[in-house]
Design a protein around this ligand. Structure first.
Ligand code: FES
Length: 210
């Protein structure tokens, strides 16, 4: 009796051992087929997702930048067209008073500081001299006691007429256009007359007045 029982116990033990081993194998197989959890903290190197978005954004930004630059350039060009660069220079002509304001035989220096002009009245008329030395452009001085213009830079001398007679100045002083309007002398520094070119004989170089 006891022997049969022992046999049954051994059989049961063998059966339970076989079941445990089967369960182990099944568990190992499940372990093998279970998918691995994907790592989410770091994207794969070949994943272009976020970079593709950034590149697209950069292209859009560059496009907007170019568009705004074009608009700004066009606006500036349009405004410059509306307000062209114009150099406003003071008028070259000025009114120099009446002929009676000047003394015959004297060089008048009242317009020197403002216009660099001498006005000379003679017995037959009036002329205006440009106070610029014909050597290198210095401003000569009228020396009343010596009756001549003297350049302080290199010593050129000019007669009351403006003729050079000493120093390096190569030619006479220039005369300026002079006319009479409504009883007033008008001198235009923009029109000059050169003696060596025979221009002092032209009408605008001398205002006849007695
Ligand atoms: S600039 Fe007048 S003499 Fe030279």
């Amino acid at each position: 009796m006891s022997t049969e029982k022992e046999k049954n116990d051994v059989g049961n033990q063998q059966q339970s051992g076989t079941q445990i081993e089967g369960q182990k194998k099944e568990a190992q197989q499940q372990k093998k087929v279970r998918p691995r959890k994907a790592k989410q903290d770091k994207p794969p190197e070949n994943d272009p997702g976020i970079w593709r978005m950034n590149r697209r954004g950069a292209f859009a930004f560059a496009g907007w930048l170019a568009f705004l630059g074009f608009i700004a350039t066009a606006t500036i060009g349009f405004l410059r067209y509306l307000f062209p660069r114009v150099l406003f220079e003071p008028p070259t002509a000025f009114r120099a008073g009446r002929p009676e304001d000047y003394v015959v035989g004297e060089v008048d220096t009242r317009w020197m500081d403002q216009y660099r002009v001498w006005v000379v009245r003679t017995r037959t008329g009036i002329y205006a001299l440009h106070a610029v030395c014909t050597h290198l452009g210095c401003t000569p001085r009228w020396l009343d006691t010596e009756g001549q213009f003297k350049c302080p830079c290199h010593g050129s001398g000019f007669t009351m007429d403006g003729i050079n007679f000493e120093g390096p100045a190569p030619r006479p002083l220039e005369r300026l256009h002079i006319t009479m309007e409504d009883g007033l002398i008008v001198i235009d520094r923009g029109i000059r007359y050169r003696e060596e070119m025979g221009q002092w004989a032209e009408p605008g170089a001398f205002l006849e007045y007695t």
